[in-house]
Structure formats: structure tokens, C-alpha cells
Write a protein that binds this ligand. Structure first.
Ligand code: SAM
Length: 510
């Protein structure tokens, strides 16, 4: 497959692996509302923040929406949007790589860009996701009127690229569709429908000769046999195979006319479950830059509240198509906090990451207003009245120091998450109260660290001795035990079905 190359791409390929695992530290004074919500705002560089999320959220995010700097060459008040083209690609590549790893198997990622970088980005994503997982390059009508000073085109749209982690599993929600007037009958459950003759009519394929398998006898209500007959009296064909008629017999209506019994089939107005998403997001549905400017002004009535917000309706469209209530949504270029606000109002869980000070000056206060029932944006459409909460985090120390040693201040649950993820490549959901981290594919993983067995002397509690082994929660099968040391020789370990791994040397960051 042809791939994109640029200066220093080799470094970009290693950047995600090389990024340190850092701790996320809550800043309670910036958190707000109910504490038991999973919602997170994180201030920091998203490369490190995404890496910090990997041991806990790999494979758990249903939908990612990002609106990264477009590389417009501008210096906005809140962030710089002017980096050399190769640098932009190097900035984006490792971040999208980590974002891909955070997606669920049926998850999707959506990215807005303009003509400056979108085509390069598409080729980069083909490499990262596989061409088969490309869904569409939709367009968002960002402007509701032309710019009269434009020299060539007055650009009215941005690109909205969508990729699936794995297109075989991804599913889009259908959108509500009006039921047209010709669905003029109603069944006993109140569903509207109309009928069409079951006999194939017109075209090449309505004769017995053309479709021999669709020529068979159906039994009419009086027990007589009915065959498909064309207008000219020759043998015809049914539209459905015999098994389908049997399986969907409740959709068949028989009418006794002049020429005898004739079968019809019902087409329900709701049978198609709404209409599919379309690749054009018009401003009348998704809002425009004018909409978002007015939304942000209402939220922050100051001179220059935030230069490049997206309208809430645009993100509502994306989340309506790609998520259901309770799903986890992530935006790692959060800006003024629009994705978090929309996810919150729509009953989705979310993680938002923002580098700039506006994480504190915009995102946190905006979410606080949302929790208090902020009425703007999509609130009316979602019947939003307030509630919920979020926790605010900043990036803390590294889990490992530069020599790869475990930072001595690391607590048991943090190391447990890293050990579990490096062994199983699945996120850790344990509580950190037991040395048994869990069982994966029949293998039990144990961690002896920080005196987890209650023995505060680490050299005792962290060493795999016969006494400690007897205290471990039992597992009838292979075991992997991480600890500082073990006096057991190879034959004893084999007999106990244990693979012993030494902390810190065998704890791999990724
Ligand atoms: C176009 S704005 C996003 C606007 C957002 N969609 C909204 O509705 O407000 C891009 C944001 O990405 C942030 N950003 C740029 N590089 C970043 C990084 N490495 N980590 C986290 N955020 C970053 C910028 O500070 C800026 O706020």
C-alpha cells in the first residue's frame, strides 16, 4: 500500500511508544458536581494524557471527536495554529495512534480539518486504521453565506473524516425519518404500512424463465394453490424466496379479487428504522461558525471568548450517529469544551483533554454551567435540566524514571494497571485491594508490591516465599507473579505452574 512520508516520520512512529507513562492527579478544587461520575477533564499535552489513559481505557472509548489545530497559519489568542507541515504530521501521528488504541472494536473516530491538511491526514489514517476502515469524508457546512472578498472560492465547508476501529463491527444509528403519506394503512399494533403485490412485475426478472427459483405455489386462505402469473397469462415469479414468505408470513395480506386470491406484502413505515446518516452536514442541522460564535459569547460574555469553537449541534449530530447513552466519548483537543458539554447533555460519559490555560478558564467553568442546567446550545433539543459531575486532572509524575525503574512513590493500583495492561493488552478495572490482579485467558496475574498482603516491610511482602504463596488467592492453572525476588528454583516454579517476573526489570511500559 502506498504510504505518506515526511521529514522525521521515523521519529513520529516511535513517539507514542516513547512517551512516558505519567500519573493523572486530580485537582479537587476544579472538579465539580457528583463525584461518582466517570467524566474527566484533563489539562496537559494530549500525547502524555492519552498515554496515561491507555492502561485504564484501551479498547473502551466508543467515539472520538477531534478538532485539532488545522494549521491555518494563524496565531489564535488561545493557541498557535502555525507549524511547519511535516511538524504538524509528526504532532498528529502518535496522537492518532494512541486514540486508535483507546477505541472499542465497534468504535469510530471523527476528525474535522480543512483543505490544508485533510488529504494528508486521510492518507496517514489509511495507514493507521487500514483503508478498509475508512467510512467517509463527510462535509460540514461551516458557513451560512459566501465571503464576498474571496478571490477564488468562498470556502463554505470543513472536512469531517470518519474511520472505524474495525468496520466489520461498527454500526451507525439511523436517524429519525418522517413517515410519508403513502403509508396509509395501520396494523393492530398501530404501525403504518402500505402493500405491494408479491408477484414480481415489469422488468426482465418477472418471468418463470428468468427466475425459476421464484416460481412456486403459495397456499391461499381457502387452501387453494396460487402460482405467480404475468399479465399476459404466462408463468411469472414471486419477489420473495419461499423461506422468506414462510418466515415473514405475518407481512402477507391475501386479497380475493376477480381473478381469485392475490398475495400482497406489507411495507412498514418504520421497517427501515429511520434514515441513514448522510455525508453532508448542512448548517441548518449542524450549525455554522456563526452559531458557535454566538454560543460561546453567551457562555463567556467577554471580548474574545474563544476563537475557534464548534457548534454544539455539529457534535450532537456525530454523537447521535455514533453513540448511545452511557457510551464513552473522548476529545483530546477540547478547546472551549464543546464535546464535553454536548456529551454531558446527551447522557454520554466523556474524557476531554486540553493543553492550554483555557482548560481552567473555559472547559471547567463551561462544564460547571452545564451541570447547573445551562440553557444554550442543544439544551432545549435534549431537554437538558442539569445534573451530574466531572473530575479535573493534571498530569503528574512518571510511573517509570528515565532508567526504567519504578518511581518509588507509585502506589499499588497504578503499578497494577501497568502490569495488567502490559501482560493482557486490556484495561485494568480492579480496585487494587488484592495481589491477584485478575485472570486473563486462563492465566492468573499477581503483583507483590508495597506490602499488598498487609506486611508493611516490602522485602517480606514483596518476595515470593512459601508463606506468601500460601496466602495468595488460589488459581488452578498457570500463574504469573510479579515480585522483588523469589528463593524458588526453576523446578519449584514449574511445579507450582508459576512464571516469576521481577519488579521493576520485567515491568514493561508498553
Ligand atoms: C480548534 S481548537 C478545538 C476547538 C473545540 N472543538 C471547541 O469546540 O472549542 C484546538 C485545540 O487543541 C488544543 N491543542 C493543541 N495541541 C494540543 C495538545 N498537544 N494537547 C492538547 N490540546 C492541544 C489547542 O489548545 C486548542 O484549544
Amino acid at each position: 500500500m502506498p504510504i505518506l512520508d515526511w521529514v522525521d516520520k521515523d521519529k513520529a512512529l516511535k513517539a507514542a511508544d516513547g512517551a512516558p507513562y505519567r500519573l493523572l492527579e486530580e485537582v479537587p478544587k476544579l472538579s465539580f458536581g457528583d463525584a461518582d461520575h466517570e467524566n474527566m477533564l484533563i489539562q496537559g499535552d494530549n500525547l502524555d494524557a492519552l498515554k496515561a489513559l491507555i492502561p485504564y481505557y484501551a479498547g473502551r472509548v466508543k467515539c472520538i471527536f477531534i478538532d485539532p489545530p488545522y494549521n491555518t497559519g494563524s496565531a489564535f489568542d488561545h493557541y498557535d495554529d502555525n507549524v511547519e507541515h511535516s511538524k504538524w504530521l509528526s504532532l498528529i501521528y502518535p496522537r492518532v495512534e494512541l486514540l486508535r488504541d483507546l477505541l472499542t472494536e465497534d468504535g469510530t473516530i471523527w476528525i474535522t480539518l480543512d483543505d490544508r491538511e485533510s488529504h494528508y491526514f486521510k492518507v496517514m489514517c489509511d495507514e493507521l486504521f487500514g483503508r478498509k476502515n475508512f467510512i467517509a469524508n463527510a462535509i460540514w457546512e461551516k458557513s451560512d453565506s459566501p465571503r464576498m472578498d474571496a478571490v477564488f472560492f468562498s470556502s463554505r465547508h470543513d472536512h469531517l473524516l470518519a474511520y472505524a476501529k474495525n468496520k466489520e463491527f461498527a454500526e451507525f444509528n439511523r436517524l429519525p425519518a418522517e413517515i410519508a403519506d403513502h403509508y396509509n394503512r395501520v396494523d393492530d399494533k398501530g404501525r403504518r404500512y402500505y402493500t405491494k403485490p408479491l408477484r414480481a412485475m415489469g422488468g426482465q426478472g418477472d418471468s418463470r424463465e428468468a427466475r425459476p427459483t421464484l416460481y412456486y405455489a403459495l397456499e391461499a386462505p381457502d387452501g387453494s394453490k396460487v402460482y405467480p402469473v404475468r399479465q399476459d397469462g404466462t408463468d411469472g415469479a414471486w419477489r420473495w424466496r419461499e423461506e422468506k414468505v414462510r418466515d415473514e408470513s405475518e407481512r402477507i395480506d391475501w386479497v380475493n379479487g376477480k381473478k381469485g386470491w392475490v398475495p400482497y406484502y406489507r411495507i412498514y413505515g418504520d421497517a427501515s428504522q429511520g434514515r441513514p446518516a448522510e455525508t453532508i452536514f448542512p448548517h441548518s442541522l449542524a450549525g455554522s461558525n456563526r452559531t458557535s460564535k454566538s454560543e460561546i459569547k453567551k457562555l463567556f460574555p467577554v471580548d474574545n471568548p474563544f476563537g475557534t469553537p464548534k457548534p454544539e449541534s455539529l457534535i450532537k449530530c456525530v454523537l447521535t450517529i455514533a453513540t448511545n447513552p452511557g457510551d464513552l466519548v473522548l476529545d483530546s483537543f477540547l478547546g472551549s469544551g464543546t464535546t464535553a458539554a454536548v456529551a454531558h447533555k446527551m447522557g454520554r460519559k466523556y474524557i476531554g483533554i486540553e493543553l492550554g490555560d483555557h482548560a481552567v478558564t473555559h472547559c471547567a467553568p463551561r462544564m460547571q454551567k452545564v451541570i447547573e442546567g445551562e440553557p444554550g446550545g442543544i439544551s432545549k433539543a435534549c431537554k437538558w435540566e442539569g445534573g451530574g459531575g466531572f473530575r479535573f486532572f493534571r498530569l503528574g509524575e512518571g510511573v517509570f524514571d528515565e532508567a526504567g525503574q519504578i518511581n518509588p512513590d507509585i502506589r499499588f493500583p497504578v503499578l497494577a494497571a501497568h502490569v495488567w495492561f502490559s501482560e493482557t493488552h486490556t484495561p485494568w478495572t480492579g480496585k487494587g485491594k488484592s495481589p491477584l490482579l485478575g485472570v486473563h485467558n486462563g492465566v492468573a496475574y499477581y503483583l507483590l508490591y508495597n506490602g499488598i498482603l498487609g506486611d508493611r516491610k516490602p522485602q517480606n511482602g514483596n518476595v515470593l516465599t512459601s508463606r506468601i504463596l500460601a496466602e495468595l488467592p488460589p488459581h488452578d492453572g498457570p500463574k504469573v507473579v510479579y515480585g522483588e525476588w523469589t528463593p524458588f528454583k526453576a523446578d519449584r516454579l514449574r511445579k507450582e505452574d508459576i512464571v516469576f517476573k521481577q519488579t521493576p526489570y520485567d515491568v514493561k511500559a508498553r
